[in-house]
Design a protein around this ligand. Structure first.
Ligand code: NAD
Ligand code: ZN
Length: 370
């Protein structure tokens, strides 16, 4: 078992990573029950795959689970489901001092995080992330949100969990495509500021995706360690350090938007393609050695992730993709912050990127069939 602390003063909390933890959840969670009860919010897929283990484990520790099971999928991060969830929790008598458990991927974590941020002006919640993406990224850091017709994650709050409990064994039931998409966010930490970890990914990524427990555990610990340090340094994304976590996301969000946020391209897949594009664009600007960009695209392709427009299945023009970027919430007064790299492990935030040049670059990529 390893414990990584997210140091945020009186909002500090532990991320506990333990293989097999979900087989004895009472050891970690029983102390958060009130009147021997815990409300557990999950989605239908996770309920089928993981809820029984949690419920019976808690039952044997004397805690009854009150499950709330929502539909699976990004559509659940909506006003309608937020309202339904808050009303349901109120009917169950959830109080400010209570701890509501979010059992699932980023969708459930984001929705429950936001619902508990506003329920009675804020109650506690606990993250039990069950996707690789959630175990290395979304469960830590306190960003919560829903989507609206105007775009993704446009309504939300910063609300830190009281505990994050990760059992990598839950990945055994996660579809391989979801594991691979989450792996893109693992690679991201190496590319941001840890070249040695990127080398580890090149050597061990395939073992991780094959389900080797030691590789999964190491990648989760390294990723959470990196995220916890960044969040502790810049909780509200004001100094720019937390923005580094958006590497590949400006390109990636444009690709996701172009694909209609559909099953054609999952978030992690878009981020993989976006990171490769960010490195090739950095190389084109003369900021980053071409060899580094090549390492990035080769590794991503090697594990079966997209590494450009063609493999992401996006045929749109550079201008159309830049239009999506301008719609992105990170735009401030005409300048678009862009994450570029001076090499692997040397990502930085550039504030003066010429969007016409980005469109020209994307058109070149498209013409080259990349
Ligand atoms: N808050 C943040 O900091 C942050 C960061 C990154 C992403 N996000 C958000 O996270 C969301 C994506 O999260 P995600 O990729 O985890 O998607 P998800 O929650 O939709 O999970 C993916 C799919 O896997 C299923 N599933 C989850 N765990 C399973 C398991 N162990 N076994 C079987 N099936 C399982 C789910 O039901 C779903 O169908 C997006 O909405 C994104 O905006 C938030
Ligand atoms: Zn992401």
């Amino acid at each position: 078992m390893s414990v990584i602390k997210v140091a945020l003063g009186d909002r500090s909390y532990d991320v506990v990573i333990e293989q097999g933890a979900f087989s004895h959840p009472g050891d970690h969670l029983a102390r958060y029950a009130r009147s021997s009860r815990l409300v557990v919010v999950t989605d239908a897929h996770v309920a089928a795959a993981q809820l029984e283990r949690i419920s019976s484990g808690l039952m044997s520790a004397g805690v009854a689970v009150e499950p709330i099971i929502l539909p699976a999928g990004e559509g659940t991060k909506s006003w309608a489901h937020l309202a339904g969830l808050v009303d349901h929790m109120l009917r169950l008598g959830v109080e400010r001092a209570d701890h509501v458990v979010a059992l699932g991927g980023g969708v459930i974590g984001d929705l429950v995080g936001f619902a508990t941020a506003i329920l009675k002006r804020g109650c506690n919640f606990i993250q039990l992330p069950t996707t690789l993406l959630a175990q290395v990224d979304s469960s830590v850091g306190g960003k919560t949100a829903i989507n609206t017709p105007e775009g993704k994650n446009l309504v939300g709050a910063f609300h830190q969990p009281a505990l994050v409990l990760i059992d990598p064994d839950t990945l055994d039931t996660l579809p391989a495509r979801e594991v691979r998409a989450g792996y893109a966010e693992v690679v991201k930490y190496g590319l941001i500021d840890d070249a040695e970890f990127f080398r580890w990914c090149m050597a061990n990524g395939e073992r991780l995706l094959a389900g080797e427990p030691d590789a999964r555990l190491y990648a989760i610990e390294k990723s959470i360690g990196a995220k916890a340090a960044i969040v502790a340094d810049d909780e509200l994304e004001t100094t720019g350090r937390r923005a580094l976590l958006n590497l590949g996301h400006t390109f990636g969000h444009a690709l996701e938007a172009e694909s209609g946020y559909s099953d054609k391209l999952h978030h992690g897949e878009a981020v993989a393609a976006g990171m490769a594009l960010a490195f090739r664009y950095s190389a084109r600007l003369g900021l980053c050695p071409a060899e580094d960009a090549l390492h990035v695209e080769t590794h991503l392709a090697g594990v079966g992730l997209p590494n450009g427009l063609a493999s992401a299945g996006v045929k749109a023009s550079g201008e159309a993709l830049v239009a999506h970027m301008l719609h992105d919430k990170k735009m401030t007064a005409g300048t678009l912050p862009f994450l570029l790299a001076r090499g692997i492990g040397q990502t930085f935030l550039s504030k003066n990127v010429d969007l016409d040049d980005v469109a020209a670059f994307l058109n070149e990529e498209r013409a080259a069939g990349l």
